[in-house]
Ligand binder design. Structure first.
Ligand SMILES: Cc1cc2nc3c(=O)[nH]c(=O)nc-3n(C[C@H](O)[C@H](O)[C@H](O)COP(=O)(O)OP(=O)(O)OC[C@H]3O[C@@H](n4cnc5c(N)ncnc54)[C@H](O)[C@@H]3O)c2cc1C
Length: 221
């Protein structure tokens, strides 16, 4: 188990508005547990490439998975440096100037390199990833086949070199800032909301919606 404090190194130091940086590991965990998607960056030659991936958290490590045929996953598997950004968009900040207008967010930047997850751990990691995105689904679906397992690569990135930034303040305004107060300023909160689930073409009519789908729909209502 790592320290409850996130590191305060120069590499990870937020320079712009440093008071928005958060060093609480619980805040990192909560953010990673809520987010479904991250963006992973690697260097391909001199060219940085950023790709979106589904994420999961296993203790103090981040899990990602992809096809063994995926270019970026094969590259990450060789242990090269990578960075993952995970962002939750919480709102839009409407200030009285375009300059002061901004975004409410919680974001994490993770640096490091990945290790390939093999053996018994691989199935456990896939269960964590599945239940991270679709809580309870791993227990509902049929078992993963050997072929599917062989076609899937799971990578683990330690949550050691991590920074977290949280933007949650209202628009800057002061008694004597001279702004025209007839223009509304404030925050429009944003969040992910589930729509109505619909069955696939080959789901027999009358098949009840799975408990995991109902629970996720309610969670995101
Ligand atoms: C949804 C969203 C939209 C944003 N839009 C803009 C925008 O349009 N323009 C803009 O200038 N900025 C935007 N930001 C903020 C941006 O991510 C940087 O924080 C900002 O550019 C200032 O970087 P810096 O100079 O402090 O850090 P840098 O010197 O660039 O980075 C130093 C270190 O600080 C840490 N760090 C920096 N930013 C973050 C972060 N967001 N989360 C976690 N760790 C971080 C990293 O570890 C990084 O290595 C946005 C952030 C989010 C989440």
């Amino acid at each position: 188990m790592s320290n409850a404090e996130l590191p305060r190194t120069d590499e990870l130091r937020v320079k712009r508005i440093p008071e928005k940086q958060v060093f609480d590991r619980d805040a990192l965990n909560a953010l990673l547990d809520e987010a479904i998607v991250g963006h992973v960056a690697v260097l391909r030659g001199d060219q940085p490439v950023v790709l979106p991936v589904g994420i999961g958290r296993d203790g103090d490590t981040l899990l990602i998975h992809g096809s063994t045929g995926s270019g970026i996953f094969r590259e990450m598997a060789d242990g090269r440096p990578l960075s993952v950004a995970v962002t939750l968009l919480d709102g839009l900040v409407y200030a009285r100037s375009a300059f002061e207008s901004s975004i409410h967010y919680r974001s994490a930047v993770i640096m490091g390199s990945a290790a390939v997850v093999e053996g018994d751990e691989k199935l456990e990691a896939l269960a964590i990833l599945t239940n991270h995105m679709m809580p309870g689904r791993w227990e509902e679906v049929r078992e993963t086949t050997k072929k599917e397992l062989a076609a899937t690569m799971v990578l683990r990135v330690p949550l050691e070199r991590v920074s977290v930034k949280v933007s949650d303040a209202g628009p800057d305004e002061f008694e004597d800032d001279g702004d025209d107060r007839s223009i509304w300023a404030g925050v429009l909160p944003l969040r992910i909301v589930a729509g109505e689930p619909y069955a696939s073409e080959m789901t027999p009519e009358g098949t009840p919606v799975s408990p995991s789908v109902i629970a996720q729909t309610q969670r995101l209502s």
